[in-house]
Ligand binder design. Structure first.
Ligand SMILES: [Zn+2]
Ligand SMILES: [Zn+2]
Ligand SMILES: [Zn+2]
Length: 373
């Protein structure tokens, strides 16, 4: 393929450099289609710019998203043409390059088709829009289904979660996923959910507690005309999400564990830290009662001052024998912290439940029976 510099041999760093134009253009196009939070807050989204044309989501949910997805698809399909048009406007000499010339023609054809389709949707009063065809799978008349969804969406008790690029909405009888270019709909009475996997998404602070669990859930409908789709729900909101679907069956063949509360996330982080600390070898003949917290588990947490030398710092050496299991010790530790600032828990300390010596997370060891002894 001919390169940009086929025509101009010398490196050109002026604003007319095709690589500079390409870079600026792709950044602007990407920000317009998938705006990051900063751009969103500044109101530079397609939804904001065209709010008068799109109408109100709360009054006419289905109509709004038909207009919105038509707009986002149209813009996405106009992007290549815009690129080649600007490139040949600034650098007419590049039209001699086959790549630019062919690109301009092909992208022009795509743009014309995209506009024609958008007009066709509008002229047929949206009956030919993909969302109308999606809704038609749920009833004889898609407008009736749309009216039902609109009514339920207006109620304040609906559940909404997820990022703006993949919003999940649960109304009384519908599960809806609103994407940038598409909208998926499944009737709750026909829906089966399958937990696929969980991922920890880190926030700006690289802290275990600051990472948020994100669950990927596959939505399948008993109505075979409706295709499967994936939704993403934050682990912390899963319990709430699940409570909105009392009659929906959730399959978890992969054994995905849901960390539902900040407390449970902390317990996981606490045990993870304990496993990174030294292990505490215990004579297998030592008699241990069950954990004083849950009265069930075998005590497997031992406090040993490891964070600093014996006389340094606030932590003290605890001489108590193991009486608590790690999960209960974690819950005890969490209960002694500022409940409104979970981000401080990991670096904080707590008193031993028995002797009150202070300990931090570096001082918690897992108890292992020393069979070699
Ligand atoms: Zn316990
Ligand atoms: Zn103690
Ligand atoms: Zn310590």
């Amino acid at each position: 393929m001919d390169g940009f510099y086929h025509v101009d041999q010398a490196m050109d760093t002026s604003p007319k450099d095709p690589y500079v134009i390409s870079l600026i253009y792709s950044v602007v196009a990407l920000f317009l289609l998938i705006p990051p939070q900063e751009v969103r807050s500044a109101g530079l989204t397609l939804e904001r710019i065209f709010q008068n044309q799109l109408g109100s989501e709360s009054l006419d949910f289905v109509g709004y998203h038909m207009r919105r997805t038509t707009l986002t698809r149209l813009v996405a399909l106009l992007v290549p043409f815009g690129y080649f048009a600007i490139l040949s406007l600034y650098r007419p000499d590049l039209l001699k390059v086959t790549f630019v010339y062919t690109g301009l023609l092909v992208s022009l054809a795509v743009a014309v088709l995209a506009i024609a389709f958008s007009l066709y949707y509008w002229r047929t009063k949206w009956a030919s829009h993909p969302l109308a065809r999606t809704l038609a799978k749920h009833g004889d008349n898609w407008r009736f289904v749309a009216g039902n969804i609109n009514t339920e969406f207006r109620r304040i008790d609906k559940f909404t979660t997820g990022p703006t690029s993949g919003r999940v909405i649960v109304t009384e009888s519908w599960l809806i996923k609103v994407g940038i270019f598409t909208v998926h709909v499944s009737k709750l009475s026909e829906t089966v959910l399958a937990l696929q996997n969980s991922a920890l998404i880190s926030n700006a602070q690289a802290d275990v507690l600051q990472s948020v669990q994100r669950l990927s859930i596959k939505v399948t409908s008993a109505n075979t005309a409706v295709g499967d789709f994936m939704i993403h729900v934050p682990g912390l909101e899963y319990r709430d999400f699940r409570s909105r679907l009392p009659f929906v069956h959730v399959v978890n063949v992969r054994g995905v564990t849901v960390q539902q509360t900040v407390g449970e996330q902390f317990v996981a982080a606490f045990i993870e830290q304990a496993d990174r600390n030294n292990i505490y070898r215990l004579d297998p003949n030592t008699e241990l009662d069950s954990c004083l917290g849950c009265m069930v588990a075998r005590p497997d947490a031992k406090l040993v001052k490891l964070c600093a030398a014996d006389e340094d710092g606030d932590c003290r050496n605890c001489r108590c024998r193991p009486q608590w299991c790690l999960s209960c010790m974690a819950r005890w530790f969490a209960s002694r912290q500022d409940q409104h600032r979970p981000e401080t828990w990991l670096s904080s300390s707590a008193p031993c439940p028995n002797c009150r010596s202070r300990f931090c997370m570096l001082d918690v060891c897992r108890v292992v029976e020393d069979t070699a002894r």
